[in-house]
Design a protein around this ligand. Structure first.
Ligand code: GLU
Length: 475
């Protein structure tokens, strides 16, 4: 890929989007510059003896802003990870956390590795060694820097990192809070694995709640009436597609993957496709769908909603003008270049921006971190007491009226909130609150400027909050 807006670099793209928002704000140049810059990026090259020889790996941990601590953001494993990318992603983490009012600064890490080239025990050795390098510099630390999964990493890697931290800090009672996205048995929280995909679903539900917002995009009906194309059926894309098709009734008409795309105008069975991909390492051969090798063609196919859920810059100057979707929801970080964003806005496409759309992951990470620090699962103290009180009320109503309430109602009303219910409620509330904040600014500015978009509104809120905390720090 050699388009100049991709070559321009991810950081430059984020910078352009940042500048667009800052133009609408009243801030000193000095403060703008302080917020914009990445505070620090640590690069480490370390060796691990594997397969009879020493292999050298390159890793990064970048910190964009420490206006709130710990700083937070995933660790990505990919063969093309580079400094500019982790810096851009760290900046996005700052704005994302500020927008959804998660009290963290922004950070991101990356390890230049193709995880498919190594077996599990080799990956464990590499991960532990990388973690060791970061831990000894406090770049993994419960109160300073808390990583999480990202592309190419998941619960397994987070468990290794948590264990490595614990081995190096045996007396730290809060050691589990040094990383989030851990498996349940290692201090994780219910609902974290699917949190980003769940957040994408909630974000779309929020958008579809408002006729005025739908009218800007020119979409009609409910979420269940929409045809959706998903690019990337990894953790985020899979969960978003699954929930939207199974719970909202949306039709996922195409899925684009590494080896091509599959299409079915009546909607794909996402669960079956997910199983097929795991067994065949790709979408090719999936029954009941049309296969095409040139998957990226589907990015510009006819649909109402497009969900880029994989890499950055997939929608760029070359294909933006051909996009037919009316709404693009950025499940991935930075899937649309700044140039493409310009073209799409001119064409009236509504973009639900990454810093909002994929904030579900870090939001539930926040709940996990709080759970780790409080050393108790959410709902443990109050659940049975709630159930007892609800039962009392039902008995009283039935006694007073002489009528029986339906078993179905009783069952769902009595049930006290367990951890998963509370996590979902917290996530839903977070997404709704942030959407409400964004749309308010969006519509206020659209009165005089039809070009004003949700992304600019999101950046303005986030930058304003970071600025406020710098001001109160006396900077
Ligand atoms: N890697 C995810 C993101 O880009 C999650 C970060 C976190 O949970 O800290 O938002």
């Amino acid at each position: 890929m050699s388009h100049d807006d991709i070559r321009a670099g991810f950081s430059e793209n984020v910078g352009k989007l940042f500048d667009r928002a800052v133009k609408h704000m009243n801030m000193s140049d000095g403060l703008v510059e302080k917020i914009r810059v990445v505070n620090s990026t640590y690069t480490v090259r370390f060796g691990v003896k594997l397969r009879g020889d020493i292999h050298t790996f390159t890793g990064y941990r970048s910190v964009h802003s420490e206006h709130a601590e710990p700083v937070k953001g995933g660790i990505r494993y990919a063969s093309n990870v580079h400094q500019d990318e982790v810096e851009a992603l760290a900046s996005l983490m700052t704005y994302k956390c500020a927008l959804v009012e998660v009290p963290f600064g922004g950070s991101k890490g990356g390890l230049r590795i193709d995880p498919r080239e190594w077996d599990e025990s080799e990956l464990e050795q590499i991960t532990r060694r990388f973690a060791y390098e970061l831990i000894k510099r406090d770049l993994i630390h419960p109160s300073q820097n808390v990583p999480a999964p990202d592309m190419g990493t998941g619960e397994r890697e987070m468990a290794w990192i948590a264990d490595q931290y614990h081995r190096m800090n045996t007396t730290d009672i809060d050691s589990r809070a040094c990383v989030t996205g851990k498996p349940l048995n290692a201090g994780g929280i219910r609902g974290r694995v699917e949190a980003t995909g769940r957040g994408v679903q909630y974000a779309l539900r929020d958008f579809f709640r408002y006729e005025e917002d739908k009218a800007v995009a020119g979409v009609m009906g409910n979420l269940g009436d929409q045809r959706i194309i998903v690019q990337g059926l990894g953790n985020v894309g899979y969960h978003a597609a699954k929930f939207l098709s199974e719970e909202d009734g949306s039709k996922i008409i195409a899925v684009i993957e590494r080896d091509g795309a599959v299409f079915n105008k009546d909607g794909l069975d996402i669960e079956a496709l997910h199983v097929h991909i795991a067994a065949n390492d790709g979408v090719k051969g999936f029954a009941g769908a049309q296969y095409t090798e040139n998957g990226s063609e589907l990015l510009t196919a006819d649909c109402e909603i497009l969900i880029p859920a994989a890499l950055e810059s997939v929608i760029n100057r070359d294909n933006a003008a051909d996009v037919k979707a009316k709404v693009i929801i950025e499940a991935a970080n930075g899937p649309i270049t700044a140039n493409a964003d310009e073209i799409l806005r001119k064409n009236g496409v509504v973009i639900i921006p990454d810093l909002y759309a994929n904030a579900g992951g870090v939001t539930v990470s926040y709940f996990e971190w709080v759970k780790n620090l409080s050393h108790i699962r959410f709902g443990r103290m109050q659940r049975r007491e709630e159930e007892a009180r609800h039962s009392m009320l039902i008995n009283e109503i039935e006694g007073a009226t002489g009528k029986k309430l339906s078993e179905k109602f009783k069952e769902s009303y009595i049930k006290g909130a367990d951890e998963l219910t509370l996590v979902r409620s917290g996530l839903d509330d977070t997404m709704r609150g942030a959407y409400g904040d964004m749309r308010k600014i969006w519509h206020e500015h659209r009165k005089n400027d039809k070009d004003f978009d949700l992304r600019t509104a999101a950046y303005m809120i986030a930058i304003g909050r970071v600025a406020d905390s710098y001001k109160s720090l006396g900077l």
